[in-house]
Design a protein around this ligand. Structure first.
Ligand SMILES: [Zn+2]
Length: 274
């Protein structure tokens, strides 16, 4: 190990949190998170394609968290706010687009809706979080190919009396010409979309997600898949708690929290009585 690398690694702990690589500029080079900061940073040194970034690194800052979810939430906020040079730029879409499934007299209807019109996290039967209408349509087209769905029935292709184009290619099971029951087609549509379901916020109000490391406790306040702030037993509030009213659905926070919350893996405290 060379001296520079040794100096950079010197104080890094085997603990969860966020690490920031600083170079000579006032913008960070890179922001990452891990349940074991020291091991993760060492793995950056082993990546040949990351050598240029590591060569520019002068100092590594650590922000410890009491657990993994706290690290994920903090990393997500920091990358958004500080725009590090080497992190992949996430293009922020103004609106999210989703498929909304609803019943009609003829069968399930898939309607393309945006966050300008529906409240994500509060509206059931939404599928997918797409940056554009185009992306939503492309995904449904790909799912249709995998599940032998009818593009005409899905509204992605013009209908004609001779059936959809996919029928000739045997990519459609014939719902458009009455060869397949609509209910069977719709069942496949539902199961095709299942993995993309956007879950409704499962609590009546805000919750605290509690993480603990020894006697150190952090409570992350969340409502409607939106992060409000963190209370810390060491006396520091990481971010001032925003009001619950200002909380709008956040796709990044949703991605971090949906599994731990729905699988019941996280320690939760109800805050509705406060
Ligand atoms: Zn068809």
């Amino acid at each position: 190990m060379n001296d520079t690398k040794q100096a950079l690694l010197a104080d890094l702990p085997h603990a969860p949190g966020v690490y920031i690589f600083w170079g000579d500029s006032s913008l960070p080079l890179y922001i990452g998170k891990s349940v074991d900061i020291r091991s993760r940073v060492m793995s950056h040194f082993r990546q040949a394609d990351e050598a240029p970034m590591m060569a520019q690194t002068r100092h590594i800052e650590c922000l410890l968290t009491a657990g993994e979810i706290g690290a994920l939430l903090l990393e997500s906020r920091l990358i958004k706010n500080r725009q590090p040079l080497f992190n992949q730029r996430l293009r922020r879409a103004k609106h999210l687009h989703s498929w909304l499934l609803r019943d009609s007299a003829t069968g399930l209807v898939n309607e393309l809706v945006s966050s300008a019109a529906v409240a994500h996290g509060q509206t059931p039967h939404l599928y997918g979080l797409f940056a554009s209408r185009h992306a939503a349509q492309d995904k449904l087209r790909a799912l249709a190919a995998d599940h032998k769905l009818c593009l005409a029935t899905l509204g992605l292709e013009k209908t004609s009396s001779r059936g959809c184009f996919g029928l000739q290619l045997r990519q459609c099971d014939g719902v458009c010409v009455g060869q397949e029951l609509r209910a069977k087609h719709d069942q496949r549509l539902q199961s095709a979309l299942l993995g993309l379901q956007v879950h409704v916020w499962p609590y009546a109000s805000a919750i605290d997600l509690v993480e603990q490391s020894g006697d150190w406790v952090q409570k992350h306040r969340i409502v409607n898949w939106s992060y409000l702030g963190t209370w810390c037993s060491k006396g520091t509030v990481t971010e001032s708690m925003q009001s619950t009213d200002a909380a709008t659905f956040d796709a990044d926070t949703y991605a971090i929290l949906v599994k731990p919350l729905l699988k019941g893996e996280a320690r939760i405290e109800d805050v509705s009585h406060r």
